[in-house]
Structure formats: C-alpha cells, structure tokens
Ligand binder design. Structure first.
Ligand SMILES: C[S@@+](CC[C@H](N)C(=O)[O-])C[C@H]1O[C@@H](n2cnc3c(N)ncnc32)[C@H](O)[C@@H]1O
Length: 377
C-alpha cells in the first residue's frame, strides 16, 4: 500500500517513542502519530511521507487505552509545551522508564537493568518555577498572540494560563498580558525565586522545587556510598549540588562559566557557613586538567551536570585518562547522556552502576536522570 498526503488510516500503536510520538506500522512503513498511547487503535490522517516513515495527525481514538486521561489544559494539543497530558500519571512514569531503557540500550549499549523506576513528582501539575512567554504579531488576525510556541513550531499560541506552571507564574502571565508590547516579538522569562538561594536573573536553577529534594538526595546517596573525600562539582550554577553535599566530603570545588552565578554560589555557601568549598568562574574544559591534578584520583568524585548538548569530548577523555573514583552524571537530556556514558564506560574504564530517572517535568516529554559511575580497578 503506498500512502499519500491526506490518506485516512486506522493504526494500532505499538510504542510511544522519546518525544511523545506513537509508533504504528502500515506494512513495512513506520507511521508516527502524536497524542496516543501504546495499545490504542486510532484513526489518523497522513501529513508527511518519507522513504522509511510517515507522519500522521490524530483524528479519533477508536479503541482507547485504560491509561487515557482527560488533559487538564484547554490549550493541550495546540500549545507545544506538553506532550503527555492525555496519559495517566503512573503510565507517564512507566513509559518514561521504558523510553530511557530503550534509548540507553540503543545509544549507550547500556543494560536496561541499571535503569531504576522513575521517581514521580508529588505535584504533577502547577510545578514549573520558570517559563518563557513570547509574543508574535498575527497579521491575518490583526492580533498580538502572547503565550508559548505551538506544536507546529512556527507560531505562538495565545494563552492566559499554564497548568504546569506554579500559580505565582500564572499571576505573572496575567500581568504580562495586561501590559503587552505594542507589536511583535518579545520573550519574557518568568520565574519564582527559590527560597534561601540567591540566583541571578539569567542564571540557571532547577525548574521544579517539588522534586528537588529527591534529586539532591539521590546525588548525596551516591556520593556517600562512593566515600570520596574530595568533590569536583562541574557546571555548578549557583553551587546547588556542591553546597548540598558539602557535609559529605572534606573539600569541594565548583566550576561554572557564568560569573554572576559563581558570585551567587559564594554567597549561598557563606549564608550556610560552609567553609570547605571554593567556586571558580571558568570553562570546565580549561580548568579541569589543573583540578584533577590537585586531588588524588582514588579520593575524588566528580559531578557532571552539563547543558543539554552534554560534555565536551576532551572533558570525557580527561576523565577516562585520570580515572577519578566516582563520576555522578546529572542530565535533562538522556540522548546526550547515553552517548557520554558510552564513552566513559568504553574499554571498562568506568562501570555504570545505576541510572535514577526523576520526573522533574511531568506532562512533558522531558526527564532528568542521575547516573552513578565508579572507576574499575
Ligand atoms: C544544567 S545547568 C546545571 C547547574 C547546576 N548544577 C544546578 O543544579 O543548579 C548547566 C550549567 O553549566 C553552565 N555551563 C555550560 N557550559 C559550561 C562550560 N563549558 N563550562 C562551565 N560552565 C558551563 C551553565 O551556565 C549552567 O549553569
């Protein structure tokens, strides 16, 4: 059967891939459809045909899965922010674990047994403490749209509230809408400041306060089990992990290239009377050789919490060469994490002991993972 644009098909969904698209088959051709659940039979309309796959939009769910849920948000499906609101929360967690295990097996040659069940967020709606609101002039409608990028990635969906954002941010959305720019493209970041932490306006902080205690507990547990006396906290932001783990080590050093974040990290440490750590404003790539020489490898643990693109190859090569006792890799991008873990573990240099996923981003395709590695002797 050769498919063409506009064809209506009935499709059984075999899986939901990372990113939230359901996977079905028409003979040898894979067809991707969003907003579906494994096991469902759906009616869909073909929107794109390529040599090896096609894309379709969901028209109707013919046989719903028992895990189908009512989305809480009226913009769901049009707004590009969420992909999983139509799925019950326990099923979202089960699905994310499977997606991570499948991805790690494919990209990182990692056995699925090391991937633990996903730790859920106690508050699966109303949790985000940082959002970016955009505006776009809609010429044909002669109207300013204020909201989030749509699922089509081209236009802005006009929104008055966001169900995954904290209530304080929803009040800020109302404020922005009450004082709109005259026309065209603004981007405004709205955030709730974390209590007890100094965070400069443009610096990074984890975006879900509700699951943050579990994230830091996971990192601390791994560190304590490893028993290292020195900690190198790379990509440290305002010092969050180093400061929270300060009592588990003799000394620590945090590295971050955002100078304002480093100034805040020093204040965050001082406010807690933490005196066994220092913070350095530098590129990780530049300073790491010197830092790894300063401490003996068998007594050193390294935390890596890089941006979404992952670590530089030279950073991974240096860790492989110097072999610190423990590496704890924190990431919100499982694909680059799997790639980097594969590099660290090649030739048996490091052993990956556990990957702990945490659902810092309920209702969306995103997920945080903490991976614990030990050097092999
Ligand atoms: C995912 S955030 C982690 C922040 C911190 N660990 C936390 O939990 O709050 C990544 C941080 O790495 C910093 N960064 C990105 N590339 C860097 C580099 N090459 N060298 C140093 N810092 C970098 C960013 O400014 C950002 O603060």
């Amino acid at each position: 059967m050769s498919l063409k644009l506009g064809d209506k098909i009935n499709l059984t969904i075999h899986d939901v891939a990372f990113g939230g698209e359901g996977v079905g088959r028409i003979e040898a051709l894979v067809v991707f459809v969003p907003f579906v659940i494994t096991g469902e039979i759906v009616e869909a309309e073909i929107t794109e045909v390529k040599k090896n796959f096609a894309r379709a939009k969901l028209l109707r769910v013919l046989t719903p899965a028992p895990e189908r849920a009512e989305p809480a948000c009226r913009y769901y499906g049009a707004c590009g922010g969420c992909q999983h609101q139509h799925i019950t929360y326990p099923e979202q967690l089960r699905m994310k674990r499977k997606q991570i295990a499948d991805l790690f097996a494919r990209v990182g040659k990692i056995s699925p047994e090391v991937v633990a069940p996903v730790i859920g967020c106690p508050q699966p709606y109303g949790y985000r403490n940082r959002i970016m609101i955009r505006s776009q002039w809609n010429g044909p409608a002669q109207k300013l749209e204020i909201g989030f990028i749509r699922t089509d990635n081209k236009f802005v969906e006009d929104i008055t509230e966001c169900k995954i954002a904290e209530p304080a941010l929803n009040r800020q959305i109302t404020e922005v809408r009450a004082h709109p720019p005259h026309k065209g493209g603004i981007k405004v970041v709205l955030r709730v400041q974390p209590e007890g932490w100094e965070v400069p306006r443009d610096s990074f902080f984890q975006n879900n306060f509700f699951l943050l205690p579990k994230l830091v507990e996971t990192v601390r547990e791994m560190l304590t089990a490893g028993g290292a006396r020195h900690l190198i906290d790379l990509y440290c932001g305002v010092g969050y992990f180093g400061i929270e783990a300060a009592s588990t080590v003799k000394s620590f050093v945090g590295v971050e290239y955002d100078k304002l974040a480093i100034a805040a990290a020093r204040k965050n440490a001082a406010a807690r009377n933490i005196t066994n750590g220092e913070f350095i404003a530098a590129q990780v790539e530049d300073i790491l050789p010197e830092l790894l020489q300063k401490f003996s490898a068998e007594n050193t643990a390294v935390i890596l919490d890089p941006p979404r693109k992952g670590c530089w190859p030279a950073t991974l090569a240096l860790l492989r060469q110097t072999r610190p006792a423990q590496v704890i890799y924190v990431s919100c991008h499982p694909a680059t994490m799997a790639r980097d873990l594969n590099i660290l573990c090649a030739d048996g240099v490091f052993e990956l002991q556990r990957v702990q996923p945490l659902d810092m981003f309920p209702q969306t395709q995103h997920v945080e993972c903490v991976a614990g590695l030990r050097r092999r002797n």
